[in-house]
Design a protein around this ligand. Structure first.
Ligand code: ATP
Length: 617
């Protein structure tokens, strides 16, 4: 059960401070599609002035009609139009009609552009996210707080598109507000003051409830991730087998229900008080409107305003009220969404610790001496126990070294330190006499090929599953075939209906599932595909049958002649093929030597060897 994040709810000020994220966000929008952004802005600018223009023309029409009526003009309609007296009126009506058509056309165009812009933004944000994630340390990915951050950032990339539309709409509405307010101020500035005063409660209410919702979402990220996880466990091909065997359905459903019920209840409570206060605040706003209306009617009766003015002012006030209302609530939605943006930018601010120094040197094309661990100690982040400590040994260039030791002895950790997936907390690792940290990270990773015990089973074709070892050579079919042959994966592929182009795994249509051992052969082929100076097989042979493992290691030994190699296995029949064996116990070197030497001394190696041998007798 994940621990809930103990982050305090963000303060009101912090929420508004999050608005600072809007300009960088707009820069992201601009970067994603400059032409579309510009087009959307210009069209919205035009749309912004249409409402007040249209209302003003409406006022002119009414005043003109009243003037014409008072003239005591022609008897019938035709005479009105043919007499030329209604010409001005006709022009006004035509202008109003033209504006209506223009407004509709622009509205459609803007929503088309915004939809395209949102798509481009999603693509661009998701790519930025993937690129940044690729630079981060493995350590970050194992950290639950980081996972929560990543989870929220991912949701931003997909879910913040509405924010862009919202901000653009706000800019447009603000301009419209200015035009209406300008009109009102010209008649009576107090009308605008009255309007603002009566809207403030509604605005504060919205801000308050939005923040509450955000805090709920933010504080519940671990639970939401657990909900997602339960949903996955309940319905994914890799888990379906165990879920059935252990009959976990009811348990999973119950767990999902309990967790989501809690969510629902909390949300419901916020929604209820929001609805209650919403009614009261709206009533205050309505009161403001009718007070202003009373003044306008009074001024018209007193002869200070024309009937056209009355309709224009009443209309302006009404529109302004709903516009401001909408704007203020959408401001608070923007502030709330800007808080979510905070998560996105926070994620982008996470910096990797394992990087190349500016003056980093390249790993030599041929490693001369090899690697030397000097009193290396490492603890996983958050762990109290040292995974390895006082670890000292040499991996000579060109030798094959086997690592043996019981579960948890530190074999995989040693390999991860060698590949700089982590840096030691104590001591140092030297390569040809220089600290591993002095080398360029990319060149170090390129020099090392590791196949981990928990290698990834990609739902791609057989060829691509091998090509991941050197993805630049993905199109080099002969190289892929040679790698497959070296790893004995060619026999597996020969049995597939579509050979190298066969989709593997059950995720996509037409995929074929492989056995554990068959998968392992594909994974081992990646090591040969990579053709690195240092080859490491971390127990990827556990699912191979005894003969296959023997053969794999024999080939490995043969093919890694002249290369530096590490192999980790619990099978002593394979281990004994190595030039030298390192016995690890509790993160330290317990003994080292050849198979012969270790068998001759009274130690853990001989004990474990004999234990295994006895099992076969
Ligand atoms: N990602 C991790 N986070 C925290 N602790 C870890 C992590 N990986 C391993 N450990 C701990 O570090 C110690 C060494 O683990 P390591 O995986 O190196 O052992 P191993 O010798 O490879 O074991 P096995 O034979 O089971 O593969 C173990 O006690 C383990 O609990």
């Amino acid at each position: 059960m994940p621990m809930p994040l103990k982050e305090p709810p963000r303060s009101f000020r912090a929420r508004w401070a999050a608005m600072k994220n809007i300009p960088p966000f707009l820069r992201l929008v601009w970067k994603a599609a400059p032409a579309l952004t510009l087009a959307s802005m210009i069209l919205r600018l035009i749309r912004a002035v249409i409402p007040v223009t249209s209302l003003w023309i409406g006022k002119l029409i009414i005043d003109e009609v009243i003037r014409l009526v008072a003239l005591d003009g022609p008897e019938n309609l035709t005479a009105w139009f043919t007499g030329g007296q209604a010409n001005h009126l006709m022009i006004l009506v035509a202008a109003e009609f033209g504006l209506a058509i223009l407004s509709d056309g622009l509205a459609r165009l803007v929503s088309l552009i915004d939809a395209l812009l949102a798509e481009r933004l999603t693509i661009s944000l998701t790519m930025d996210l993937m690129e940044h994630a690729a630079e981060l340390d493995l350590e970050d990915f194992e950290d639950a707080v980081f996972q929560d951050k990543l989870d929220r950032a991912r949701r931003q990339a997909a879910g913040r598109m509405s924010l862009m539309g919202l901000i653009f709409q706000q800019l447009q509405d603000m301009l419209t507000v200015l035009t209406f307010a300008g009109g009102l101020i010209a008649y009576n500035p107090w009308l605008v003051v009255l309007l603002l005063l009566t809207l403030i409660p509604a605005f504060l209410g919205e801000a308050h409830f939005n923040a509450k919702n955000y805090n709920l979402d933010h504080g519940r990220t671990p639970e939401r991730r657990e909900l997602d996880y339960i949903r996955q466990v309940a319905a994914q091909p890799d888990t379906a087998k165990e879920v059935k065997i252990f009959n976990l359905h009811a348990f999973l459903a119950e767990r999902y229900r309990t967790l989501s019920e809690k969510f629902y209840r909390e949300r419901r409570q916020i929604a209820r008080s929001r609805a209650f206060w919403g009614v009261i605040f709206t009533a205050i706003g309505t009161l403001g409107y009718y007070t202003a209306y009373l003044w306008i009617v009074g001024a018209t009766l007193a002869g200070a305003l024309s009937i056209g003015d009355l309709t224009f002012l009443a209309g302006s006030f009404q529109r302004l009220r709903s516009l401001l209302n909408g704007l203020l609530t959408s401001f608070s939605t923007t502030a709330a969404q800007a808080l979510y943006l905070e998560d996105l930018f926070e994620f982008f601010q996470v910096e990797p610790e394992i990087t190349s120094d500016p003056g980093a040197i390249l790993v030599p094309a041929t490693i001369r001496d090899g690697f030397r661990f000097e009193d290396v100690g490492f603890r996983y982040p958050g762990a109290t126990k040292w995974a390895v400590r006082n670890l000292t040994f040499t991996l000579h260039a060109g030798e094959t070294l086997a690592l043996v030791g019981e579960n948890g002895a530190g074999k995989t950790t040693l390999v991860k330190l060698l590949a700089r997936l982590y840096d030691p907390d104590e001591g140092r690792i030297m390569l040809d006499g220089r600290d591993l940290r002095d080398y360029d990270l990319d060149s170090l990773r390129a020099a090392i090929g590791v196949i981990f015990q928990d290698f990834v089973r990609y739902s791609w074709t057989a060829a691509d599953n091998i090509a991941v070892g050197r993805i630049e050579a993905r199109a080099d079919r002969p190289r892929i075939e040679a790698a497959a042959q070296s790893a004995m994966a060619d026999q597996v592929i020969a049995k597939l209906p579509a050979g190298y182009d066969q989709m593997i795994g059950k995720r996509f249509a037409g995929g074929v599932e492989l056995s554990g051992g068959e998968w392992q052969k594909l994974a081992i082929a990646r090591a040969y595909m990579r053709d690195a100076q240092v080859l490491i097989l971390d127990e990827p042979t556990a699912a191979l049958d005894a003969r296959a493992e023997f053969e794999v290691f024999e080939r490995f030994k043969h093919l890694s002649t002249g290369k530096t190699a590490i192999l980790i296995s619990h099978r002593f029949s394979s281990v004994r093929m190595a030039d030298r064996i390192l016995v690890l116990e509790n993160g330290r070197v317990e003994a080292e030597g050849t198979h012969q030497e270790l068998m001759e001394s009274e130690g853990r190696y001989r004990e474990l060897f004999e234990l295994q041998a006895a099992g076969y007798r």
